[in-house]
Design a protein around this ligand. Structure first.
Ligand code: ADP
Ligand code: MG
Length: 245
């Protein structure tokens, strides 16, 4: 299917104890593709994302990023985490570092950039997410929407090959959701490869190339957004959509 695959998951299985949380997952994401993952709470969406950058080890199957199997430790793992940017529901910024320091830190530590070069790149990215004037503030001085945009800038600063978003707007007050979605829309337009777990169906319809619907640890549907939203095939998807739309 994918001409130039960036993420390839083949027959991936994962358990938490007895719970079979990822079941025979096959998922390929091509370069430049935007895949939105939706599904009921507990269906395995976060675990799927966390498996892709090896925050969770898997029981069986293979995961490749840009043709390479996931490394399990050391520098190769740190490099993988830089290549696979991740943005969580909780922004996970360092509270005692400024916005600029938050965005520069990984560049210096993992990408081995000089502090000046890192800071220059950070300012560019802060400008891109609309926060050029907030660089010297601390996270607690920012709104949730601003903090999440810092988290996005921080991940982008590593020049990732792909960005994973796990419910990036779920913890935000409603009036802040759009400013974060707009940054994500812009990234999608620029050709960033993205996997986005979200309940924002407007975003899914306008930005996604594909919608992956998960239930009980399985991928139940993998479709175009239009196909999925207008004619879901499975009972699980029909039921889910009837509750959220
Ligand atoms: P989703 O993101 O779709 O809500 P998750 O991937 O977070 O689902 O969780 C899938 C299932 O795995 C849920 O039943 C959840 O309770 C369970 N689970 C998630 N993380 C852990 C963990 N660290 N230990 C045990 N069970 C977990
Ligand atoms: Mg989740």
């Amino acid at each position: 299917m994918a001409v130039d695959p960036l993420i390839e998951m083949q027959d991936v299985n994962k358990y938490f104890g007895e719970l079979h949380v990822l079941q025979d997952i096959d998922l390929t994401v091509a370069k430049g593709e935007v895949v939105v993952v939706i599904g009921p709470s507990g269906s395995g969406k976060s675990t799927l994302c966390r498996a892709i950058n090896r925050l969770e080890p898997i029981r069986s199957g293979t995961i490749r990023i840009d043709g390479q199997p996931l490394p399990s430790e050391g520098k190769a793992l740190a490099a993988l985490r830089a290549d696979v940017g991740m943005v969580f529901q909780s922004f996970n910024l360092f509270a005692h570092k400024t916005v600029l320091q938050n965005v520069s830190l990984g560049q210096v530590k993992v990408r081995k950039r000089k502090k000046e070069a890192a800071d220059r790149r950070s300012r560019e990215l802060l400008d891109r997410v609309g926060l050029a004037d907030q660089a010297s503030k601390y996270p607690a001085q920012l709104s949730g929407g601003q903090q999440q945009r810092v988290a996005i800038a921080r991940a982008l600063a590593m020049d990732p090959k792909v960005m994973l978003f796990d419910e990036p707007t779920s913890a935000l007050d409603p009036e802040m959701i759009n400013e974060v979605l707009e940054v994500m829309q812009q990234l999608a337009r620029e050709g960033m490869t993205m996997v986005v777990v979200t309940h924002e169906m407007g975003f899914a319809r306008s930005a996604a190339n594909r919608v992956v619907f998960m239930a009980d640890g399985r991928i139940v549907e993998d479709r175009t957004p239009d196909g999925f939203f207008t004619s879901p095939e499975s009972d699980r998807a029909k039921d889910f959509l009837s509750k959220i739309l």
